[in-house]
Every structure is written in C-alpha cells, then in structure tokens.
Design a protein around this ligand. Structure first.
Ligand code: 6PG
Length: 243
C-alpha cells in the first residue's frame, strides 16, 4: 500500500498531528473489533506524543500495549523505553496492569528474553508455528542511520524471518526488537520523525536504489497502511510541501 506522507510545519504540529492520528487509529480498532493492540516506539520523539495521548478520554481497558523494541536495561533505568512510556502515559491513565506487556530485560541472556517476549505475543494473539500476529498499530521512529525499532544497519536482526522477536545490536549494545515480519504484518505502521539530523536517513529510505541492509527502515513494507509523519526539518529535502 502506498505510504501516507505528511510534513508538518514544526515539532509542535508533528506532536499534535501524531497524537491525533494515533488516537483515531486506537478508536477505530476498538470500534471495529472491541480492542486495540499497539506496539510503542522508544527514543525521544514519541515522549511528548505519549504525554498528549494520556490526556485523552479513551476506553483504556480495551487498549493493549506492547513495545517494538527495548534497551536491555531495568524498567527504572533512564534508557528504558518501558520506563519512558509509563512515566508520561501509562502510569497516568487507568489502563489495567494486565493490558501492558513490557519486554522482559532481566534474564541473564537477551536471547532468552527475546524468546520469552515472543511467547508472550504468541499467547496473547493465540498464534503458533509460522503464524505472524497482526498488531493493529506499530509506532516507529527513525535513527540517523535509518534504523528503526532496534533493527540496526548490517545486523543479523535484519535477516530474521522465522521469529517475532530477536536480539538487536547497536554497536555491541544488546537490544530486543520485533522483527521485520511482525512489523510488516501490522494493520497500521506509523513512523514519526523529527529533526534535520534525519534528512539523510529519510532520503535513503525513500530513494529508489539504496541498500536495505544499510538503511533498515527500507525493509518496512507493511501489507497494511504505513504513515510517515515528519516535521519540516526532517522532511525538508523530500520535495514535499509542509502542512
Ligand atoms: C529506541 C527506538 C529507536 C528510535 C530511533 C529514533 O529504542 O531508541 O526504538 O528506534 O525510534 O532511534 O530515536 P529518537 O526519536 O530519539 O530520534
């Protein structure tokens, strides 16, 4: 499906538009199927968006939270994606604790944690074998190197097609990440990208000839819809008008 690309005037507009699109998708999924499953992105860009969503009046008991990736740290570590989302959003709303599925990061081996999270996904979605669950929404950011989730350039995680969760590798730092097949199975994938420092990555993602292994976000070709919500600083050279 052709991506929807929106370039917003500035970061404030990007935050506002992002929360509007996400909330619309949440409400739509709940209206259609009685629940919404969403995988959250980490990093800094989503933080104010999560804070804005926390202000909304949503049927929180019908929303089920997963993560697209996680640093291999405890939940109270400043780098924790779970910790970030809880601090500005999940701990601020009456979402049942059993609706939130954090990535386990305390197993001695990241690979064991990845297998455990995979089983959590399989159990929740009641899938087994080669079946790939279909999340309603997957939120993604974009690194300056065009990584997304914790799918970093030229790493083994990019090639994993027979699992839902694997160990990512950021310059030797272990991370846990959902795999390309799981992201591409989603109903709605929403990239949210801010800042001039992401221009080059975006140019490679949208170019005809760049290398998928060098620019991993190029691997995200969902069967469902994909949104790119950019601020003008990030989207400046894509030849798209803001607003
Ligand atoms: C993470 C994210 C990662 C992030 C990008 C962009 O755990 O860091 O999942 O993929 O989305 O690195 O990060 P910023 O939003 O901080 O630029």
């Amino acid at each position: 499906m052709k991506p929807t690309i929106e370039v917003l005037t500035d970061k404030a507009e990007l935050i506002e538009r992002s929360q509007t699109v996400i909330v619309e998708k949440i409400r739509g999924a709940i209206a259609q199927q009685g629940r919404c499953t969403i995988a959250l992105a980490g990093g800094s860009t989503p933080k104010p968006i999560y804070g804005a969503i926390a202000q909304k009046d949503l049927p929180w008991d019908k929303l089920f939270i997963f993560w697209g990736d996680e640093r291999y740290v405890a939940r109270d570590h400043p780098d924790s994606n779970q910790g970030m989302a809880r601090s500005v959003w999940l701990d601020q709303v009456p979402i049942p604790a059993e609706n939130v599925f954090p990535v386990p990061t305390m197993a001695p081996e990241p690979a064991a944690a990845a297998a455990s999270y995979e089983q959590t996904l399989r159990d929740f979605f009641q899938v087994s074998g080669a079946a790939v669950p279909r999340l309603d929404i997957v939120l993604l950011g974009l690194g300056e190197d065009a990584h997304t989730a914790s799918l970093f350039p030229h790493t083994e995680a990019l090639q994993v097609r027979d699992r839902l969760v694997t160990v990512g590798n950021k310059l030797g730092e272990a991370r846990l990440t959902v795999t390309v097949p799981l992201i591409n199975q989603a109903h709605s994938v929403i990239f949210i990208v801010s800042g001039a420092n992401k221009q080059e990555a975006l140019a490679h993602v949208f170019s005809a000839e760049s290398d998928d292994m060098a620019y991993p976000a190029r691997l995200i070709q969902p069967r469902g819809e994909v949104w790119w919500l950019l601020d003008a600083a990030a989207g400046a050279n894509l030849g798209l008008s803001a607003g």
